[in-house]
Design a protein around this ligand. Structure first.
Ligand code: SF4
Ligand code: SF4
Ligand code: SF4
Length: 633
């Protein structure tokens, strides 16, 4: 995706750039897609990187730990991260913001201003999608937000190697077009491993200078004299619209969009990972189809029209919305071309992940001779039990949730939930939280239930990282409007669910260096509400604190503070004294409270009695308190 003028500008921008001598030769490494993405940025001379953890994108940011010259941080949330890297871009430094699709939702407001102002130093936004919702609360296609809505160029990689190449190209073009470029890898790209070329690291010796340009970087409803008295938002909107023409020219020449000749009148359009599935289908059938690889937005109109001459029907494979499919229909309609376009708006499944099977099934629908190639589900000779979501053995969230469940059930209260390891409490055997939406929603939703006139207790449970991310505004709102709400902060000192990343409450940063830890207790105290800090491993103490909190007429905060067991274990810390915990079969009456209410995975049931698996039990002793018959010791 290069062209004459942009290349000239790029060369000007790169004057004085040098390749770092420490890593001068091209090497092939077997790496994860996320690592390849980070490497692409390092090879482009990235200077500032910020993000918020979220699967499937988290390892992109932690990959920068290997590069000491890059400033890297876990920001409080994705909006903070994007705003921060734009600050660096305005100082002519190359920067990157890293997030998953839910994070991209939260940055939309800033994005809808940054698209109007443009960038200075190259800025790449990584917006990683999770088709199929393999590790997310929802599935969505952030190409809609970033391209259809914000009109930014998007690259959709079909392999980890291409993701790296795209990042390099994105930096060049971001500077030549002055636009933020978006890379939208899906989970299969982020998490797959392949051989990737590691080329020399680039060092760009540019001073971090700030050039004052208020007509561009002050977005406001002011009259622009230089534009004949038009409002500035209109002037900047026009600038963005004009940029689309520049982008349309660039994508025509892009190596990320290619035409492959083949046999037959059915053409396959592979977008991002969809292209990889098309190639797999070709391998399985041994047939070379006409293939159009489209991995950029906007689309290369001339290339699309040229390809259409060779086919009657196109099937578009893209994750997850029919974005390209609709654009193709628009192009063909405008050009008066009679090509049938099929895709995710009715022909293919409209939700869930694609696969090679999806491609083969789609082809076979049009030509039944391909039915023989559709892989059949693998017959399983063993019956695997369905597993529910739960916490690790020894996790303090289990005892916190158990205590909360006892209080909530007794008072017929409602518990609103948030995103983190504790959200497993919404599933059997706990069945505790009644709502889980997006990050930070627990406290405002709890407030809404209270303000609706609901006359039973309302509890909102939120983790420490989520509290900093987006919980604080909801808490302030609840306090200001005097909601009678018990807010429980499950504080384990880390962002456990996404891989133990640091957050503002941690005493160290992403590189493991010391950082100023922000106290949740002091934030809550500053709001002048009752705050109790408890040890969640002490179930009685936790129940007492929750009951105490219920007596307060307004917001009351309970902070359940204990380290993440798994992280502590990883650091060689011993949280529990080693001892054998057993269930006395003579005392156990098979009531199943320890299983159906508490749910430690180390406790088994043989149909009549409970027993403890000594191989997995970590002797946290929580179940001893749970069994009221005293059968566990
Ligand atoms: S990772 Fe830590 S916080 Fe998460 S379930 Fe395991 S022990 Fe609990
Ligand atoms: S160990 Fe206790 S709680 Fe568990 S089934 Fe037996 S009696 Fe019930
Ligand atoms: S069986 Fe009991 S002591 Fe063992 S890990 Fe589970 S709750 Fe802890």
């Amino acid at each position: 995706m290069t062209g004459g003028q942009p290349v000239m500008r790029r060369e000007a921008a790169m004057q004085g750039a040098v390749e770092a001598t420490a890593d001068p030769v091209v090497k092939q490494r077997f790496v994860m897609g996320n690592e390849a993405i980070a490497r692409g940025a390092v090879e482009s001379g990235v200077r500032v990187v910020a993000g918020y953890p979220g699967t499937p994108a988290s390892e992109i940011l932690t990959s920068y730990i290997a590069y000491p010259d890059v400033y890297v941080e876990w920001s409080t949330n994705e909006t903070v991260a994007l705003e921060l890297v734009q600050g660096a871009s305005l100082c002519n430094q190359r920067s990157m913001a890293v997030m998953k699709h839910n994070g991209t939702n939260t940055v939309t407001d800033f994005l809808m201003h940054m698209n109007f102002t443009g960038v200075r130093g190259g800025l790449v936004l990584i917006s990683a999608d999770d088709p199929g919702g393999n590790s997310s609360q929802n599935e969505e296609d952030t190409r809609v937000l970033t391209h259809t809505y914000a009109h930014l160029p998007v690259f959709d990689p079909s392999s980890p190697s291409e993701a790296k190449d795209m990042v390099r190209t994105a930096y060049e073009l971001s500077e030549s077009t002055e636009l933020c470029f978006v890379l939208r890898p899906v989970m299969r790209i982020c998490h797959s491993r392949t051989l990737v070329d590691f080329e020399p690291v680039l060092v760009i010796p540019r001073p971090a200078d700030f050039v004052n340009d208020r007509t561009r970087y002050v977005m406001s409803a002011v009259v622009e004299k230089s534009a004949g008295g038009q409002m500035r938002p209109v002037v900047r909107h026009r600038w963005l619209n004009q940029k689309q023409h520049e982008l349309e020219e660039l994508v025509e020449a892009s190596p990320f969009n290619t035409i492959e000749a083949g046999e037959g009148r059915i053409g396959l359009v592979g977008c991002g990972i969809g292209y990889a599935y098309c190639k797999e289908a070709e391998e399985i059938t041994g047939h070379k189809f006409p293939v159009l690889k489209l991995c950029t937005l906007p689309l290369p109109r001339e290339k699309v029209l040229a390809f259409a001459d060779s086919v009657d029907t196109l099937i578009v494979f893209e994750e997850t919305e029919p974005v390209v499919e609709r654009l193709l229909k628009e192009i063909f309609y405008d050009a008066g071309k009679n090509v049938k376009v099929l895709g995710r708006s009715g022909f293919l499944p409209a939700e869930g992940e694609l696969s090679d099977r999806t491609v083969l099934q789609a082809i076979a629908t049009l030509d039944p001779s391909y039915e023989q190639y559709i892989p059949q589900p693998f017959p399983l000779s063993v019956s695997v039990p369905m597993r529910t979501r739960t916490q690790c053995v020894g996790c303090s969230h289990r005892s916190l949730l158990h205590a909360l469940k006892l209080v909530a059930r007794k008072t017929k209260g409602v518990v609103t939930g948030d995103i983190g390891c504790y959200d497993a409490g919404a599933f059997p055997p706990m069945d505790l939280q009644s709502t889980i939406y997006c990050m930070g929603a627990s406290i405002p939703m709890g407030s809404g239930i209270v303000q609706s006139g609901f006359d039973k207790p309302v509890f909102a449970i939120i983790g420490d990282s989520t509290f900093f991310h987006s919980g604080v505004p909801g808490l302030i709102n609840a306090v200001h409007n005097e909601s009678k709400l018990v807010v429980i902060v499950a504080d384990n000192g880390t962002t456990a669910m996404t891989g133990f990343q640091s957050h503002p409450g941690s005493a160290e940063n992403v590189r493991g260096a010391g950082a100023r830890s922000i106290s949740i207790e002091k934030i809550a105290e500053a709001l002048n509400v009752p705050v109790q800090t408890v040890n969640p491993y002490d179930i009685s103490e936790t129940i007492d604190a929750l009951n105490q909190a219920l007596k307060h007429p307004g917001v009351s905060v309970v902070i359940a503070s204990a380290p993440c067991y798994l992280l502590a274990k990883g650091h060689g810390e011993t949280l529990f004294e080693a001892r054998k915990i057993i269930i006395d079969p003579d005392q156990c009456n098979g009531c199943r409270v320890c299983i159906d209410y508490f749910g430690c995975p180390s406790i088994q049931f043989d149909g009549a009695k409970a027993s403890i698996d000594p191989l997995t039990c970590v002797s946290c002793m929580l179940c001893i308190d749970v069994c009221k018959r005293g059968a566990i010791a």
